[in-house]
Write a protein that binds this ligand. Structure first.
Ligand SMILES: Nc1nc2c(ncn2[C@@H]2O[C@H](COP(=O)(O)OP(=O)(O)OP(=O)(O)O)[C@@H](O)[C@H]2O)c(=O)[nH]1
Length: 308
């Protein structure tokens, strides 16, 4: 038997030009959709891209639910010497797959009007978005035509929680979202997961009973108290809430640094991220996503972590 017959067959002929190779006369701006379930690592990937030294000018479109607006952006560090973030566009009031298609088209139009200055657009979806309607917006929208092109859909998968997400939510709509995100991906990236007080309104996402809410507290908090508070909620299920995801920024006493709080199911971390910017008012702002969330309990128990 000859050497050639022993070689494994190639899934793709490597000598064939790929259809996605850029053409000289191709003036459209590539859009990479970054999707993946709650807490899979989408923002981490965006951060990594923005902070890499490739010299590209990149616009970021964040698709967040109303309650999350501002939190996500505060948590992403713009590239320093790496990518230049030309525009931040936040799409509020829902999920792209449900009702913000129009805003997405407007955001893309606004960005491509200045396309000579942009090399690429990143679109980070919410963790509960189905990327299929996005692909159709990018392929079929008449207004956008050849101004933008769908470069790729990258689905970030949390290797630790994927089985749980697919098994436990098989009968709910969040199963469908996790499944569609993987099914529509060009690239699937497996991430090993890390080990004056007021609150905003709750909102129901899709029909799955999963809710998101944001609680705020302006006074500085004691970080040890916050840790105990989170452990009671996430580990002891003290208040009977089923929290899938929790993220936010903290105003910690004896520190002039913005701290980020990240939790994916029972695993959480609180870390100093950066100095507060002059234009920012230091405060605590935490988004919870899950079932049976009780806004009053979360608000009052966070208040108890304040230092004065
Ligand atoms: N150990 C480890 N932790 C990771 C990795 N990627 C992300 N994380 C952590 O996982 C948590 C969630 O990451 P994010 O990037 O905010 O996840 P996301 O997909 O944007 O989350 P949503 O905003 O809920 O959709 C953070 O605490 C990250 O530091 C990884 O590859 N390894």
């Amino acid at each position: 038997m000859g050497d050639e017959e022993d070689d494994p067959p190639l899934a793709v002929q490597i000598d064939q030009p790929t259809s996605t190779a850029p053409q000289d006369d191709d003036v459209s701006v590539g859009v990479t959709v970054i999707t993946g379930y709650l807490g899979a690592g989408k923002s981490t990937l965006v951060n990594h891209i923005l902070n890499s030294h490739h010299g590209k000018r990149i616009a970021v479109i964040l698709n967040e639910f109303g309650e999350e607006i501002g939190v996500e952006r505060a948590m992403i560090n713009e590239g320093d010497g790496g990518a230049l973030v030309e525009e931040w566009v936040e799409l509020a009031n829902g999920c792209i797959c449900c009702n913000v298609k129009h805003s997405l088209v407007q955001a893309l139009e606004q960005l491509v009007q200045r396309k000579e200055r942009l090399d690429h657009i990143l679109l980070e979806t919410t963790g509960l978005a189905n990327p299929a309607p996005l692909a159709s917006v990018l392929w079929l929208d008449d207004q956008l035509e050849s101004a933008v092109k769908l470069d790729s859909i990258i689905t970030v998968v949390d290797a630790k929680n994927l089985r749980f997400q697919l098994d436990e939510h098989r009968s709910s709509s969040s199963f469908a979202e996790a499944y569609h995100q993987i099914a529509f991906a060009h690239i699937t990236r497996l991430e090993a997961l890390l080990e004056e007080s007021h609150s905003l309104s709750t909102q129901k996402l899709h029909d799955s009973g999963v809710r998101t809410l944001c609680i705020c507290e302006t006074r500085q908090v004691d970080v040890d108290k916050v840790r105990s508070w989170l452990e009671e909620i996430l580990w002891d299920k003290k208040y009977g809430m089923d929290v899938y995801r929790c993220k936010g920024v903290l105003n910690v006493n004896n520190s002039n640094q913005l701290h980020t709080l990240q939790a994916v199911r029972e695993i959480y971390e609180i870390v100093p991220a950066r100095d507060w910017k002059k234009e920012e008012k230091p405060m605590n702002r935490i988004v919870f996503i899950g079932h049976n969330l009780n806004e009053n309990i979360l608000t009052s128990s966070l208040r108890a972590c304040a230092t004065c």
